[in-house]
Design a protein around this ligand. Structure first.
Ligand code: HEC
Length: 151
């Protein structure tokens, strides 16, 4: 390898390492934000509380497959009204999709961005149950029965 090629290869490796470090930092921050802002209700592993709080596991992945479902996830009161800023909420939702929704997340899923969250999180939904029932029905019409109507 010519010296210049070696330098280019080293720079590429460094850029890669920096990018994966940034991803690791995002994941650590997301976990902390989840623990402080969501876990109290949704439980540590996101399985929720029967009869009271829905699970966040392998359901968000299905919701985000529908345009209205993607918005629903940002606008449920627990997310929309949380103390998290737009970038932090985007990071937590992306982390939930990456760690608790690997099976259900569509291959075409584009990560949430702070800009998207800012544009859509408010006003928080007031008719959560009605919106959710409509989405679950739409999923069922698409052959997806994995998201329970009642939790
Ligand atoms: C005070 C308890 C509480 C906290 C804290 C909370 N949630 Fe929730 N969450 C709920 C309840 C209850 C629901 C059911 C809908 C409703 O009544 O708002 C829900 C629904 C959801 C849903 C829709 C899931 C579905 O299947 O309908 C998502 C997504 C969600 N929460 C994400 C979050 C995130 C992300 C956080 C943290 C930033 C969070 N929640 C914090 C109680 C909470």
């Amino acid at each position: 390898m010519k010296p210049r090629a070696v330098i280019v290869a080293m720079l590429a490796a460094l850029a890669c390492a920096a990018a994966s470090q940034a991803q690791a930092d995002d994941a650590i921050r997301a976990r902390q934000d989840f623990v402080l802002n969501c876990m109290g209700c949704h439980t540590a592993d996101g399985s929720g509380i029967p009869g009271k709080v829905p699970a966040l596991r392998e359901s968000l992945g299905h919701f985000v497959s529908l345009p209205e479902g993607r918005t629903f996830v940002m606008r449920v009161p627990g997310a929309a009204n949380s103390a998290l800023n737009d970038a932090e909420l985007a990071n937590v939702l992306n982390w939930l999709l990456a760690t608790m929704n690997e099976q259900s997340r569509p291959a075409s899923f584009r990560p949430y961005t702070a800009e998207e969250i800012a544009a859509h999180r408010r006003p928080a939904l007031t008719d959560v149950a009605r919106t959710r029932t409509k989405l679950v029905k739409e999923l069922q019409e698409n052959g997806v029965n994995a998201v329970p109507e009642h939790y």
